[in-house]
Design a protein around this ligand. Structure first.
Ligand SMILES: [Zn+2]
Length: 305
């Protein structure tokens, strides 16, 4: 664990933005990632810089409430314009995936309340990965709700180092790859999809709509850093393989841009087919990030003497 923390830290110092964007350090203060290599997937061109800009939006986007909405079945969006937070409602209490930045806790509470649910009914807090823009708020939301925080083992060291205002990061239960979290008839399965962080977790569940059952995937970031070590190459290869094998009808992500949330939300109207049921787009984010991963690797290998 210590070795991993030291490695993380030294890589952070080496390439602060690429690996450490989204930690407690303000993204605005970090230098932007490089604008190369560039890749094109389905007619759209991306660079590391454009992907990060797409994910994060402006500082105002990161803290502005996005209209909370039902995605499918018992799954709701309660995040900001660019930072996802999902509420899963069950008869025995609710599950929150991603608290985002600590300063967003009241915004998420407002979204939960606007939907007609009680913030204090959140019993379990889960996360996608140990970066501040997804899990910095865990301690405060636990204080506000009394919920249990559960985290993938491989991300525990990074979470323990995340201490907004000096608060210890709560970890009530350590999870392992393939483990299920159950509450009130809902089962969420944690899949280890490492690389972006060592414990990056893709969550899967099912949801019912119109008498049918749909596979829902809460994707973890697959965004590669600027420098790929052999260990990271192994992790990303594992993650891409895992993600592509998961059953999926509804793909979600830790940033709305990863699943075109804003465009899909605009199509949410009574009588229309649910725009979030979109199996054809399930691997789009993996396609983009895997292409970028190979481009970064090729650039890195070409630069080697
Ligand atoms: Zn991240």
């Amino acid at each position: 664990m210590n070795r991993m923390s030291k490695l993380d830290l030294s890589l952070c110092l080496l390439v602060p933005f690429a690996l450490c964007a989204g930690t407690s350090a303000s993204v605005a203060q970090a230098p932007p990632p490089p604008d190369h290599p560039s890749i094109t997937v389905k007619g759209q061109t991306y660079t590391p810089r454009s992907i990060l800009a797409r994910n994060m939006g402006t500082p105002v986007d990161q803290t502005t409430q996005f209209p909370p909405h039902k995605i499918i079945g018992n799954i709701y969006y309660v995040g900001t314009k660019t930072l996802s937070s999902f509420l899963i409602v069950t008869p025995q209490g609710n599950i929150l995936i991603d608290t985002t930045y600590e300063r967003n806790a009241q915004t998420i509470e407002k979204s939960v309340t606007d939907l007609g649910f009680k913030f204090s009914d959140i019993k379990i807090i889960l996360g996608n990965h140990a970066h501040g823009d997804h899990q910095e708020g865990d301690a405060l939301v636990k204080q506000m709700t009394g919920a249990q925080v559960m985290a993938m083992a491989e991300d525990v060291p990074a979470l323990q180092a995340m201490k907004p205002g000096g608060k210890e990061h709560p970890i009530d239960k350590v999870l392992h790859d393939g483990e299920a979290v159950m509450l009130g008839g809902t089962t969420l399965v944690a899949h280890l999809t490492p690389g972006h962080t060592p414990g990056c977790t893709t969550w899967t569940t099912t949801a019912e709509e119109g008498g049918k059952t749909y596979n829902v995937m809460f994707g973890c970031s697959l965004r590669p850093p600027a420098v790929l070590t052999p260990a990271l190459v192994d992790q990303f290869n594992r993650a891409f393989k895992t993600v592509r094998a998961l059953p999926c009808d509804v793909q979600l992500g830790d940033h709305g841009a990863q699943y075109n949330m804003q465009e899909k939300y605009a199509k949410l109207k009574d009588g229309n087919p649910n725009p979030f049921i979109d199996p054809a787009s399930c691997t789009l984010e993996a396609d983009v990030q895997e292409a970028m991963f190979h481009a970064v690797l090729a650039e890195q290998q070409a630069a080697r003497p």
